[in-house]
Design a protein around this ligand. Structure first.
Ligand SMILES: C[S@@+](CC[C@H](N)C(=O)[O-])C[C@H]1O[C@@H](n2cnc3c(N)ncnc32)[C@H](O)[C@@H]1O
Length: 322
């Protein structure tokens, strides 16, 4: 019998969040060069920290909650993601990675974490079509980085557009590449990704599957001050069309209903491996997540393996080498 874990791939990531370390604060009053930003992005100052703390203590409501803050708390674990990427690059390439590209970057939290963890001279470029999350990320993630913040460039562009340098590591995270729904689009994206890499660069995608992945159902997780709902609303087996939503509910009965929605194609792992190879990648390795000690949930640790395990819900990385 297959083991069971949450059908919500995002929730798995949230379990890792608890292990992530808090970021150190920047020195007060320090003046440093900031990130580079393309036109079209309006950056607003975040609310003062005091106000945020008070809000968190009281519990959120739909009127006061910030959807990006809750999204990060519920589904992202940037320290663990970046530690995995740096480790895989170091062990397969025998050197430290310096230049990073984050496709579908949203608030660019991974880019900020990459710069924070990296040596001086590290760079990160974020690509997203939507100016709103980029602006939010610029206002919230880069202040505490000091001079390292100047290593970031935000591009308000499609992920198939070129960037400014040869990347050591390029990523598409939280299944965002599922937004490309035809074989031709995905192949074009992979070809462009390969071209953009340094000679020993790696392109890394995450993905999930298992029988639960295509069930139409809700998965609910409680966090301090709010409840996170992952809704698998629709799946068409004939086309692969796959519609999901995120809702946040609050103790006072209010909610941010379907505040994030995703219209994806459900791609299968082997389809993506075939396309990566067709795009010219020399080698594509799979890393599957392991189980916690009780065998009830993922442990957040990804190990190289070819076959994977036929469980109802699995998560993996594909690591494609140029
Ligand atoms: C689910 S969010 C991902 C946020 C973040 N990367 C994460 O790990 O949670 C998907 C993002 O992809 C962006 N997006 C969708 N299609 C895109 C495309 N073709 N090129 C660039 N960005 C795109 C959306 O604007 C959205 O901000």
């Amino acid at each position: 019998m297959p083991k069971t874990r949450s059908q919500d791939p995002f929730r798995h990531v949230s379990q890792k969040t608890a292990q992530a370390k808090a970021k150190p604060a920047a020195k007060a009053g320090a003046r440093v060069a900031g990130p580079r930003v393309e036109r079209g992005v309006v950056v607003r100052k975040p609310k003062p920290r005091k106000q945020n703390r008070k809000k968190a203590g009281r519990g959120y409501t739909a009127a006061t909650a910030d959807k990006y803050e809750l999204y990060q708390k519920a589904v992202q674990a940037p320290e663990l993601d970046i530690a995995f990427l740096r480790r895989v690059f170091r062990t397969t390439r025998g050197r430290e990675a310096l230049h990073f590209r984050e496709d579908f970057c949203g608030t660019a939290l991974l880019s900020a974490t990459w710069l924070e963890a990296g040596k001086p001279g590290a760079t990160a470029e974020g690509f997203d079509l939507d100016p709103e999350p980029i602006a939010w990320g610029l206002a919230h993630h880069f202040h505490d980085l000091g001079p390292k913040a100047a290593g970031f460039t935000a591009h308000l562009r499609d992920v198939r557009e070129p960037g400014t340098r040869a990347y050591d590591v390029r990523v598409a995270q939280n299944f965002s590449h599922f937004t490309l729904t035809t074989r031709r689009e995905m192949l074009e994206y992979f070809e462009k990704a390969r071209e953009s890499l340094a000679r020993d660069g790696l392109f890394v995608l995450d993905l999930y599957g298992g029988s639960d992945a295509t069930e139409e159902m809700d998965d609910t997780t409680k966090f301090r001050g709010f409840t996170y709902v992952w809704e698998q609303a629709h799946f068409s087996p004939g086309t692969g069309e796959y519609v999901n939503h995120i809702t946040f509910r609050f103790p006072d009965g209010t909610a941010l209903e379907r505040i994030f929605s995703y219209r994806w194609r459900m791609w299968y792992l082997t389809e993506l491996v075939d396309l990566l190879e067709e795009a010219g990648f020399k080698k594509v390795e799979r890393y599957f997540e392991g189980w916690n000690a009780r065998g009830t949930a993922g442990d957040g640790i990804f190990r190289k393996g070819l076959r994977g395990e036929n469980c109802v819900s699995w998560i993996a990385y594909l690591v494609a080498a140029k």
